[in-house]
Design a protein around this ligand. Structure first.
Ligand SMILES: *Cc1c(COP(=O)(O)O)cnc(C)c1O
Length: 399
């Protein structure tokens, strides 16, 4: 079936909760994807940073196929021979003490909310049902009812109430606001080290250090949502490393599977996760042997193939070249590693037409927050690839 037929099928039967670019992909390899008509594109979105390792990485693919032949799902009613290895490897790599595996990113967020609330009651003595979690404006932590309830974005939440209480929103990047918002009932502070969906918003240098210090002083669990920034995207394994701090709890997802499979995890440095007792939390698929084998391979190639260092080097190059572009449409170019946002002026009337023009030239990216173009290619990109991309991006930005 041709692209038009496939698009019509989607439109006829599918819910309309996305507005994708009309490119129908059927194959991917590294940074490249091909559509059903055989056209080749450079993927500069990486499935919102889930394919940091590049499309269909052969080592991850092999691990998945080998494991799929042996055992895929046991449920956590029984143990499996992959889980312990996955735990040890991810904990050693991220300097964590304990891990809880889930599937989607949103589930990891829900899990950490439960853990931090219970820790607040048990360890801090917060009165029953009074625990508060502080979050930031323009946050993105997923799409469940609890999570959208503490979003500051109307389109995420309008028409979906009522929402769960117990969350307080403060401005992002403002450590003094955190200090002021904490009460004796505050259990945790949940924040993205760089806000991805909000348009690659990077807080001022020192913010992560400041919130770390405040959370220690006030005995509040610091939670970094690194589902997008983590696993090499910003040029460090975790974005928190840019300021040399460690959260009490770190959420990873997306690239934890290299795009093969939904796998997420809550990593805990403070044994907040220790509050869970048997029966208090779970997931049928969380921690299954197939997912564990895939995650182990995905993390292994990220490290062994130097993708984190490459993200730093290539990100610096890509960013500095984009910053040289003198276009009347550009408000600001910012980024860290290979997480780059080009913010357009309001007069440019939205990033979408720019993304459509780039698609025509063989480069796929997606607007975020109306007027930001995000460039986040797989971390295996080379300098030649970036030069190829710039040859297409620069004229579109100038146009
Ligand atoms: C994508 C994302 C999530 C949600 O992950 P899902 O797998 O889509 O549920 C949560 N937090 C951040 C920062 C994300 O980028």
């Amino acid at each position: 079936m041709d692209a038009q037929g496939l698009i019509e099928l989607e439109n006829q039967y599918g819910a309309k909760n996305y507005k994708p670019l009309d490119v129908v992909l059927k194959r991917g390899e590294g940074i490249w994807v091909w559509d059903v008509g055989g056209n080749k594109y450079m993927d500069c979105l990486s499935a919102y940073s889930a394919v940091n390792q590049g499309h269909c990485h052969p080592v991850i693919h092999d691990a998945m196929v080998q494991q799929a032949k042996k055992l895929t799902l046991t449920s956590r009613a029984f143990r499996n021979d992959q889980l312990g290895h996955f735990y040890k490897e991810i904990c050693e790599l991220t300097n964590s003490h304990m891990v809880l595996p889930m599937n989607s990113g949103a589930e990891a967020v829900e899990t950490v909310i439960k853990a931090v609330r219970k820790w607040g009651y048990q360890d801090k003595g917060i009165p029953e049902n009074k625990a508060e979690i502080i979050v930031c404006t323009n946050n993105f932590h997923g799409r469940t009812i609890a999570i959208i309830g503490f979003s500051s974005e109307d389109s995420y939440k309008e028409g979906f109430g009522p929402f769960a209480p117990g969350f307080k929103i403060i401005p992002f990047g403002d450590a003094a606001a955190l200090d002021a918002a904490i009460t004796p009932n505050t259990a945790g502070f949940l924040v993205e080290p760089i806000q991805g969906e909000a348009g690659v918003i990077i807080p001022a240098e020192g913010y992560l250090k400041d919130v770390r210090r405040i959370c220690i002083e006030k005995n509040v669990a610091l939670i970094f949502d690194e589902i997008q920034t983590g696993l090499g995207r910003t040029g460090k394994l975790l974005a928190e490393a840019h300021e040399g701090v460690e959260a009490d709890l770190t959420l990873v997802g997306k690239a934890l599977s290299g795009g093969f499979y939904p796998i997420s995890a809550v990593l805990s440095n403070k044994e907040v996760l220790g509050v869970f007792m048997p029966g208090e939390h779970g997931s049928t698929f969380g921690g299954n042997p197939l997912g564990c084998a895939v995650a182990r391979a995905a993390v292994r190639v990220l490290i062994q193939e130097g993708m984190v260092e490459n993200a730093e080097k290539m990100g610096n190059y890509f960013l500095s070249e984009l910053q040289k572009v003198k276009s009347p449409h550009i408000e600001e170019v910012r980024g860290k590693g290979l997480m780059i946002g080009v913010e357009l002026k309001p007069e440019a009337e939205g990033a979408r037409p720019f993304c459509e023009a780039l698609m025509q030239k063989g480069l796929l990216c997606k607007e975020t927050h109306e007027n930001v173009i995000r460039f986040a290619p797989p971390l295996v990109i080379t300098k030649d690839d970036i030069d190829w991309a710039l040859e297409r991006i620069v004229p579109v930005l100038m146009g």
